[in-house]
Each structure stands twice: as structure tokens, then as C-alpha cells.
Design a protein around this ligand. Structure first.
Ligand SMILES: [Zn+2]
Length: 363
């Protein structure tokens, strides 16, 4: 059952109109409206205002929160202006609405720093607008996150300090930094209280947004991968910076990580599920790099599913499968970045050298 909840007290005439339109469109498309927050709520439409923008506290990780707020006047840098609200409200998505010179622009912002927009003028058909908003939000709200980990303190002693593959991963992280492909993480702690940071960490394992990740195959069933939220230009400790991924348990929906004994492990990157699917299907893939950048003339996903969802992983895996050479594929993730496969990390860096656009197209 697809359920949703409407939260927030904001009642400008525009917001009231929008709230009703969105409510009816979701109901007409098979969602049922709940009156109270519970663990089963799939989607929350959280209508908020700049001055009172506070976290919506989910009861469950699977609840997808879209915060919605409006602003009058010109927008110069939507990202700079609106992204803090996404963080402050602990949302999965932000719908930032701007009224300026007779046009209303709906900016959709993602935690991965994606941003795309649709515009609306007074005489435009409103049913079409609401359907467009629905079509953008529904796939996101219906996707399933795989971000839980199961740690096994059973890493063979010979790997406690890594091996030559984990060493290559460390060097590749440095190289990405030299290529200026590791943007500084958003200073999330400047916008959230320690309590909200803990909440975010508990729900999503996010400790400071840091983008991109990389992995390299160790053997048939294992690969090394950068951990979540760490400085990828300086990866050292096995079990914290670099993780040994040994599987995915579909039963309890967890990534299985093998770590040295007595370490306090860091979580696997949210994209571990995607890398796992690709390695499992393509024995000739030896390494995978994911960056928030773009290349010309590539195949790309059509829906921008959130990072760390089964749906994103499956879509990317499918495009890898359909590519001319799955072992050397460059796949675009819409409004987000690239996933690149290679026979080795070296192979990937040789192929992308000089071809990377730092700007991801947004549409
Ligand atoms: Zn990403």
C-alpha cells in the first residue's frame, strides 16, 4: 500500500492551492492519505517556511520526505540558497518554489546536489503541472534504500593492513583529488544541531556529505571499496576508510562487510549495492569509479533514483549489461554523475583522462 502524509502549517494561498492539487493527484494515482505519522508512511509532503524550517523526524528509514517551501523574488544561486533547507529539514528531496515576474519555477533538489526545474505560468493547465510534479516524485518515493550494513569481524589477518589492490584504491582516491573530482563535503554540521546529526547518522549513516566512491575487485566474491563519508584523498585504515565487501543479504537487505577484529568500523558507501551487482554479473569488471561529473555521448538513466537504492543499482547494472563492453562502460546517472567500469583502476583513469566535464547536465 502506498501511503502518504501531509505535514506543516504553511497556508499562503499558493501553498494551499498546491497542497490540494498535489494531494488529489497522489490520491488519483493510487496513494492513500494518512492522518498520522507511522512507520508505514511511504511519503511525507512537508510544507515548511524559511524561518521555521526544522527537521521532519521520520519513524522509519523507508519514509521519503519531500520538503516544500516558496520564495518571492529573483534566485541567483538556487543551490546555495536552497540546499541548506534540504539539510535543515532532513529531507530526501526539496521542492523549492520561486515566484518571479509572473513565472513560478519549481526547483527539485536532491541530496546528491542534483537540481532540475519545471516552470509554470498563470494560464498553464494546472492538472498538467500536478501530474509533472507527481511523475518526478513518485519513483523516488517508491524506491528502496539498501544502506544497512552487517559487519563480520572475520577479515583474514593477511588483509588487516590491506594488499596491493587496496593500495591501488588509496592511490586512485588521491588521483581523483588531484583531478579536482572530489568536491568538498557540504558543511552539514553548520546547519544541524548535534541531536539532528545523530538522527541523520542513525537513519542514513551520513556523517558529512562527501561525494563519489571507488572500488576494486579483490577476488571472485570480494571487493575493496571506499567507506561512506570519508576523505577519499587520504584513505588509510582497513575497516574504516577502505572496506572489504563480501556480499549482500537480500533477506534482511544488508551489505555484508568483513573487518579486522576490534575495530570500530565505518559504514559502506551507499552505492555498495550497485557495485556488488555489477561485480557479480561481470567477472571481467575489475574496478568501478563513481564521480559527480559528466562525459559526452554516454548512455544515461532516465529517472534520478536516489543514491543507495535498489532501483538505482538495477538501472545502472542494466545499462552496464547493455553497453558494447560491460567491462569498460561509462554510464550516466541522470542529474547526478557517472559510474565507470574498467578492467582495473588504471584502465579507468587512462580512459577518462581529459574527457571529464565537471558540470553534470540537469534536466
Ligand atoms: Zn553519487
Amino acid at each position: 500500500m502506498k501511503t502518504f502524509l501531509i505535514n506543516g502549517t504553511c497556508e499562503t494561498s499558493f501553498i494551499t492551492w498546491l497542497k490540494n492539487g498535489m494531494k488529489n493527484t497522489f490520491i488519483n494515482n493510487g496513494f492513500s492519505l494518512c492522518e498520522q505519522a507511522s512507520e508505514d508512511i511511504r511519503l511525507v509532503l512537508n510544507f515548511t517556511e524559511p524561518d521555521i524550517c526544522r527537521p521532519f523526524r521520520r519513524k522509519a528509514q523507508a519514509t521519503f520526505v519531500v520538503s516544500i517551501l516558496e520564495k518571492e523574488g529573483p534566485v541567483t544561486n538556487v543551490f546555495k540558497e536552497a540546499y541548506p533547507y534540504l539539510i535543515r529539514s532532513l529531507s530526501n528531496h526539496l521542492l523549492y518554489i520561486n515566484h518571479h515576474e509572473g513565472t513560478t519555477t519549481f526547483f527539485f533538489l536532491t541530496p546528491e546536489q542534483g537540481c532540475y526545474q519545471i516552470t509554470y505560468k498563470q494560464d498553464d493547465e494546472e492538472a498538467k503541472l500536478f501530474q509533472k510534479i507527481y511523475d518526478r516524485l513518485e519513483p523516488l518515493a517508491s524506491s528502496q534504500l539498501v544502506i544497512d550494513n552487517e559487519f563480520h569481524f572475520d577479515l583474514p589477518e593477511t588483509l588487516w593492513n590491506g594488499d596491493n589492490i587496496s593500495m591501488q584504491l588509496k592511490h586512485s582516491g588521491k588521483k581523483l583529488d588531484e583531478m579536482d573530482l572530489l568536491p568538498a563535503p557540504f558543511p552539514i554540521d553548520e546547519y544541524l544541531t548535534p541531536r539532528d546529526m545523530r538522527h541523520l547518522h542513525k537513519l542514513y549513516g551520513i556523517g558529512g556529505l562527501s561525494y563519489g566512491n571507488l572500488s576494486a575487485r579483490q577476488d571472485e566474491n570480494h571487493f575493496w571499496m571506499s567507506a561512506s563519508g570519508i576523505d577519499k584523498s587520504n584513505m588509510n585504515t582497513i575497516g574504516q576508510d577502505i572496506l572489504y565487501i563480501k556480499g549482500y543479504s537480500s533477506e534482511d537487505n544488508k551489505i555484508e562487510v568483513s573487518v579486522p577484529p576490534e575495530i570500530t568500523p565505518k559504514r559502506a558507501s551507499v552505492d555498495a549495492i550497485e557495485h556488488w551487482m555489477i561485480y557479480k554479473e561481470h567477472p571481467e569488471v575489475g574496478a568501478i569509479v563513481h564521480i559527480h561529473a559528466w562525459m559526452d555521448g554516454i548512455q544515461a538513466t532516465e529517472i534520478n533514483y536516489p543514491c543507495g537504492t535498489v532501483e538505482l543499482a538495477k538501472t545502472v547494472a542494466q545499462l552496464v549489461r547493455e553497453s558494447d563492453n560491460p567491462a569498460q562502460a561509462v554510464i550516466g546517472l541522470k542529474n547526478h554523475g557517472l559510474t565507470i567500469t574498467g578492467r582495473s583502476l588504471e584502465d579507468i583513469f587512462e580512459r577518462i583522462d581529459g574527457k571529464i566535464n565537471r558540470q553534470v547536465p540537469m534536466n
